[in-house]
Design a protein around this ligand. Structure first.
Ligand code: ZN
Length: 608
C-alpha cells in the first residue's frame, strides 16, 4: 500500500519492506495430515537490503528458497527466516516447504480448517504459510491453489477462479484482488461439505455446511441478505461486493468459535442451530468484513476496533430487526457479562492483557463505548464517523487514534476526554443519588445530588439524561457530570414523584438511590462523622442532613444500653459540628447513633 512503509517506519515498526502479494500453493493431504508446496511473498523494499526476513513455523521444513527466481541461502531462528542476497526493490520470494503445521491449520475427522487466531495467540498464520506475520502489513492481493484429495470441497478467500481435476486429486484456485491481513487468510476443506448458494445484488453467497447441518445453516442464513443491506446502509457498501460472502462450517475446538476470515467466515458447529438463535453471531462475523477485514486493527492493542465494533453491530442489527427494546436487551446482557469480568479483572480496553484479548471487556464494554459515543455525538454524526473512518482507512489498517480522529472530524470538537476515560482508563461510573423538592410558592424546586463512588476508576465526564415525573407531567433534561459529587437544581411546575437517572440506558453505569452519604460528599446526604477518636472529656462529631427535619443522636455502650441522650428534635439542612460531653462515661467502646427519616447511621468511638 502506498505510504505504508513510511507510516510504519515512523512508528518504529520492525519491518524493512512492504508486503504486496501472497501466493499459497499447497497440497493438503489429510491422510498423513501434512502439507507441501510453495509460499510466495512479493514485496517492495527500498534502500538496498542484503537480506529479507519472513515468518514460518519451526515445525515446517524448508526445502529451498528462491529470491527473484534464483536459489538463495537462508537461516532460521525460531519462527523467523532470513533469506540472504541482494534484495531488489521489487522482490519475489518462493519458499518450498513441507510438514505438519503445529498450529494455524488443523486436521480432524471432518477435514482441515485454518484458524490463525488461536485462543493462545494471535499470530498463527505463519504456522501454516510463509508471511510477514503482523497485522500492520496487509498484502494488496493474494492467490491460492489448494490441491486436495478428490471428494474434498475447499472454501477460501475471494473468488473461486477454477477447479482442476487430476484424477485422485483436485486443485481449487482461489484469488482475491483486495488487501488482506495474514490472520484473515483461510482455507477449510472437507469431504462432508454440502455447499449451497444464494446471491445478494448479484454477488455470490456461498455456504459450506457439513452435510448433517445443511438444513440448519439454510435456515440460519436466511437473513444474511438483509444484514448485507443493513450494514451497507450504515457503513457503505459491503467492501468485497465484487467477490463474495459466505460461511464455512468448522468444528475446531468443539466448534464454539467463529472467525471473520475475509469473504468466508469460519462458523463453528455450535452456532449452526437452524432456529435463528445465533443470528447475532452471524451478524457479528459479517460486520467484521467492514471492521477487522476491510479496516484492520494495526496491532492487537487496538483490537477494540475489530471486536468492540463487531459486538456493537450485534446490537445494531438487533435494533434493526426488533427495535430499541431488542437492542437494549442485548446491551443489558453485554453489560452484565462485562461486569462479571470486571469484578475480578479490571483493565483498560486499549492494550488488554493477552488472556483477556477475546474477553468481555474488549467485546461487551467495547460495544458500550460505541453506544455511549453514539449518545454523545448523536446518530447522524456517529454513523457519519464510521463512513469517514472507512474512507480514510479502507483496505488498510488503523489505530484507535485514527478512529478518534475520524470521529472528531465529524463531531467538530475534541473527544479526547471520552476516549481517555473509556478506552485508556478502566472501570465505569457508579452513581449514588438522591433528590428532594420544596414548594417554593408558584412551583417546586427540585434538588438532585449525584455522586460518583467508583474505586480504581477515573471520575467520568458524561452527559446524563434525567427524567423528572409528577403525577401527570414529565420533564426531560440532560446534565453533564464531571465531578465526584454534584448538585443540580430545577424549577418544576409540578410536585416530582419520580426522578430517573439515564432512563434510556445510554451510559454504562451502576446507579443506586441513597440518602446516606457512605463515602460521599456530605452535601445533600445524611452523614455522621467522629472527628476525634479516641477521646476524653468531649467528643467532637459532625452530622449532615439533606434537608430540614427531625433527628435524634444517642450514645450507646457495646451492650446496646443507652449511655447518653445527646439530642432529639428539629435540625436544619446542612453540616453541623457538635461537641458532646462524655466525661461522665467510663473508659470503653461506645457507639454514636443518628436516627432520621432518611435512615440511621452508627459510628464507634473509644473513651480512654
Ligand atoms: Zn469478532
Amino acid at each position: 500500500m502506498i505510504g505504508l512503509l513510511i507510516a510504519l517506519t515512523s512508528q518504529a515498526f520492525p519491518h524493512s519492506y512492504d508486503v504486496r502479494f501472497y501466493g499459497i500453493y499447497l497440497t493438503i493431504d489429510p491422510a498423513p495430515d501434512t502439507i507441501f508446496g510453495v509460499g510466495e511473498i512479493r514485496g517492495f523494499a527500498s534502500g538496498g537490503l542484503d537480506s529479507v526476513d519472513f515468518h514460518l513455523g519451526a515445525a515446517l521444513t524448508i526445502d529451498s528458497v528462491r529470491l527473484n527466481g534464483s536459489v538463495a541461502g537462508f537461516s532460521r531462528r525460531g519462527d523467523t527466516v532470513w533469506v540472504h542476497g541482494t534484495v531488489p526493490e521489487d522482490f519475489a520470494l518462493h519458499v518450498f516447504y513441507h510438514g505438519h503445521p503445529s498450529a494455524g491449520l488443523y486436521f480432524n475427522y471432518w477435514g482441515f480448517f485454518s484458524a490463525c487466531l488461536s485462543p493462545n495467540g494471535v499470530k498463527d498464520a505463519h504456522q501454516w504459510y510463509p508471511c510477514y506475520d503482523h497485522n500492520g502489513d496487509k498484502a494488496d492481493s493474494a492467490r491460492f491453489a489448494y490441491t486436495v484429495p478428490k471428494g474434498y470441497d475447499v472454501a477460501a478467500n475471494g473468488i473461486l477462479d477454477s477447479v482442476v481435476d487430476m484424477g485422485d486429486w483436485k486443485t481449487y484456485y482461489w484469488s482475491t484482488r483486495h488487501p488482506i491481513a495474514n490472520y484473515l487468510v483461510a482455507v477449510s476443506g472437507s469431504n462432508y461439505y454440502l455447499k449451497f448458494t444464494d446471491s445478494w445484488r448479484g454477488m455470490p453467497l456461498w455456504y459450506y455446511p457439513f452435510t448433517y447441518d445443511t438444513a440448519d445453516m439454510r435456515n440460519d442464513v436466511q437473513q444474511v441478505p438483509d444484514m448485507l443491506d443493513y450494514f451497507s446502509s450504515l457503513f457503505g457498501d459491503y467492501p468485497f461486493i465484487d467477490e463474495k460472502f459466505g460461511y464455512a462450517e468448522s468444528n475446531l475446538w468443539g466448534g464454539g468459535f467463529a472467525l471473520e476470515h475475509q469473504t468466508m467466515v469460519a462458523m463453528g458447529t455450535y452456532w449452526v442451530t437452524g432456529n435463528g438463535l445465533n443470528i447475532l453471531t452471524y451478524a457479528h462475523e459479517l460486520s467484521h468484513q467492514w471492521w477487522g477485514d476491510w479496516v484492520t486493527c494495526q496491532d492487537w492493542p487496538h483490537v477494540w476496533l475489530n471486536e468492540g465494533f463487531a459486538s456493537y453491530c450485534e446490537a445494531l442489527y438487533a435494533e434493526h430487526i426488533g427495535g430499541v427494546p431488542k437492542r437494549d436487551s442485548v446491551m443489558e446482557k453485554f453489560k452484565n457479562l462485562y461486569f462479571s469480568e470486571d469484578s475480578h479483572d479490571r483493565f483498560p480496553i486499549y492494550n488488554p492483557p493477552m488472556n483477556f484479548m477475546w474477553g468481555y471487556t474488549v467485546y461487551k464494554k467495547g460495544a458500550w463505548v460505541l453506544h455511549m459515543l453514539r449518545w454523545v455525538m448523536g446518530d447522524e454524526s456517529f454513523f457519519s464517523a464510521f463512513k469517514a473512518y472507512r474512507n480514510a482507512h479502507g483496505g488498510g489498517t488503523a489505530t484507535i487514534p485514527d478512529f478518534q480522529a475520524a470521529a472528531e472530524g465529524v463531531y467538530g470538537s475534541s473527544l479526547e476526554w471520552f476516549f481517555k476515560e473509556w478506552i485508556y482508563e478502566a472501570g465505569y461510573p457508579e452513581f449514588n443519588y438522591n433528590w428532594f423538592f420544596r414548594d417554593d410558592g408558584g412551583g417546586y424546586q427540585l434538588v438532585l445530588y449525584l455522586s460518583q463512588v467508583q474505586q480504581n476508576a477515573p471520575v467520568f465526564t458524561m452527559p446524563l439524561e434525567i427524567m423528572i415525573a409528577g403525577q401527570t407531567d414529565t420533564l426531560w433534561d440532560t446534565v453533564w457530570v464531571n465531578e465526584r459529587g454534584e448538585r443540580f437544581v430545577w424549577k418544576v411546575p409540578f410536585a416530582p414523584a419520580t426522578v430517573a437517572i439515564d432512563p434510556h440506558n445510554w451510559v454504562l453505569k451502576k446507579v443506586r438511590y441513597t440518602a446516606v452519604a457512605e463515602g460521599l460528599g456530605e452535601e445533600g446526604f445524611l452523614c455522621l462523622k467522629i472527628l476525634t477518636n479516641p477521646v476524653r472529656g468531649r467528643l467532637s462529631a459532625s452530622y449532615s442532613l439533606p434537608e430540614d427535619g427531625e433527628l435524634s443522636l444517642m450514645v450507646y455502650d457495646v451492650a446496646g444500653r443507652v449511655a447518653l441522650n445527646v439530642f432529639s428534635g428539629q435540625a436544619n439542612a446542612g453540616t453541623h459540628e457538635i461537641s458532646i460531653p462524655v466525661d461522665r462515661l467510663g473508659p470503653g467502646v461506645y457507639i454514636l447513633r443518628l436516627r432520621s427519616r432518611w435512615g440511621s447511621l452508627s459510628r464507634k468511638f473509644t473513651i480512654y
